[in-house]
Design a binder for this molecule. Structure first.
Ligand code: ADP
Ligand code: ZN
Ligand code: MG
Length: 480
């Protein structure tokens, strides 16, 4: 085997290491170090001397931001530090007028946590710390299309929490699973701001190579794609006998490629110094336990409770709780009297199938627990076939105002009573004696033929399986 071939094979078997740095925007009312609003406002109107970085202005720490950040740390199973402080990170760029960012470096808010993935693997969290967002740079007509740039300081000083993982993630898919799980936990906490509160920096290395950082990827699907591309690119470099050097890249969502930005500076290069305008913060055990008391039930314990209380399968309970909105909807339906197992099946199979098909999120559409509970009731009473459950669901999700029940009634799709089905089956048998005899003689196809006639007669309201069962039982009885 040639040398290059060998390298090629090794490249395919190489262990992948991925570590993520996630910036989460907190949903506090005011900024991290001043009283300016975090709400949308005219550019540069939500500002003051602190977030504009005027010399001599003094930052004051937002207590709610500390509380929110602590909730995140606890939910990610981290150990909080008894006392921590802020540091100045040297940062010379137009979006940071002070020329330093107030962040945490030496002793962060919390360390050593983990997130457990659906299959049980634990991804370790290295640290959770607070920092201020820089201002927003606005490139008129797009990046590089103008010879000037605008700055909006409304974003300057917004509270961020940075979550740093250990490089425990072993594939792009696993990175996505991790982010989905973590986002869901943060959603349960109710501490995030707006629609897209998470931004991700991805670090990735192949065995023996240096780490490459892909900055600021937005969207979890994009994270997976960027990492997939980067693996192919790094493998190619290795095959061509090159060495992967440590550097920073950007991801272009349009082309799906990553491009080199700069040689990676290390954290030491930032020349951190202690922030003298903020005192050291002590979080006592008492304060932590106060915060702990206000923590909502998180996905894993909710799934366990669903399993026990409603006798759901572990998998179904986990699927219900993997989406905050879905779990909430399920419990509302049960409160309204819907049978739990049928409710779970309706949501995890039918509803999710329709949503996935239309690439929709539950939070994007308007649905009422009452309408679903009604549909569960009809299903339990055997008044609607599986096929029509699905049809009523599609109609409901497509934005039609009518509830599934209204849809079924309007289109005559409800099975009025079981006697009716009985009668129809008897009628079909007596008017198709030959097929009935054929079946009795062992011709299975004859049963399908009869079932088809029953289905046509009931306008598809009867479940095909039910039709076959009814036919079989009647044909047996007639035999005796
Ligand atoms: P820096 O100080 O330059 O930001 P860190 O050591 O703090 O670098 O690591 C930043 C991120 O890079 C972390 O998420 C970490 O898990 C990840 N990381 C570190 N080493 C590797 C590696 N060899 N491959 C992939 N990711 C890595
Ligand atoms: Zn301000
Ligand atoms: Mg870093």
């Amino acid at each position: 085997m040639s040398d290059s071939k060998k390298t090629g094979q090794n490249a395919d078997e190489q262990k992948i290491m991925i570590g993520l740095e996630i910036h989460a925007s907190l949903g506090t009312k005011t900024k991290l170090f001043c009283a300016c609003t975090t709400e949308e406002a005219e550019p540069n109107s939500a500002t003051c001397e602190v977030c504009l970085g005027h010399p001599g202005s003094k930052p004051v720490l937002n207590k709610t931001a500390v509380e929110f950040a602590t909730k995140i740390a606890l939910a990610l199973n981290c150990k909080t530090n008894e006392s921590f402080f802020f540091s100045r990170k040297t940062y010379f760029y137009p979006d940071m007028s002070k020329n330093f960012q107030i962040t945490q470096y030496e002793i962060p808010l919390a360390e050593q946590g983990f997130v457990e993935l659906p299959l049980g693997k634990k991804v370790r969290i290295r640290r959770v710390h607070m920092e201020e967002d820089p201002a927003a740079l606005i490139h008129p007509n797009g990046m590089g299309k103008s010879n000037y740039v605008l700055i909006d300081y409304n974003r300057s000083g917004l509270p961020l929490v940075e979550i740093v993982t250990e490089p425990d993630i072993e594939s792009p898919k696993e990175a996505r699973d991790f982010l989905d799980k973590m986002e869901n936990v943060l959603k349960y906490l109710g501490v995030l701001k707006g629609e897209n509160p998470l931004k991700v920096d991805c670090n990735i290395s192949l065995e023996g190579g240096a780490r490459v950082e892909i900055k600021n990827v937005s969207g979890f699907a994009a994270v997976e794609k960027a990492l997939n591309f980067e693996i192919i690119r790094q493998k190619q470099e290795i095959r061509m006998g090159k060495k992967v050097e440590q550097h920073t890249r950007a991801y272009d969502a349009e082309t799906g490629l990553t491009v080199a930005l700069r040689k990676k500076e290390t954290e030491e290069d930032y020349g951190y110094i202690f922030e003298p305008d903020l005192v050291k913060i002590a979080l006592s055990e008492k304060e932590i336990s106060e915060i702990q008391k206000t923590m909502p039930e998180l996905p894993d314990s909710k799934a366990k409770r669903f399993q026990q209380k409603y006798s759901l399968a572990e998998y179904d309970a986990k699927v219900l709780c993997a989406d905050f909105e879905l779990g909430k909807l399920f419990e509302k339906m049960v409160e309204l009297g819907a049978e739990p197992k049928t409710s779970s099946k309706l949501l995890t199979r039918e509803l999710l199938a329709v949503l996935n098909h239309d690439s929709l999120e539950l939070s994007e559409i308007k649905v009422f627990a009452k309408d679903f509970a009604e549909l569960v009731g009809l299903t339990v009473d055997g008044k609607v076939s599986d096929k029509n459950v699905k049809n009523s669901m599609i109609n409901y999700i497509s934005g039609n105002k009518e509830s599934p029940k209204q849809f079924l009634e309007k289109n005559n799709l409800l099975i009025s009573s079981s006697i009716n089905a009985d009668e129809i089956v008897e009628k079909i048998i007596s008017s198709n004696q030959k097929a009935a005899d054929d079946y009795k003689k062992g011709n299975e196809k004859a049963l399908n033929f009869l079932a088809g006639l029953v289905m046509r007669e009931t306008k598809g309201t009867l479940d095909p399986k039910k039709a076959q069962e009814l036919l079989k039982s009647k044909l047996k009885k007639a035999d005796k």
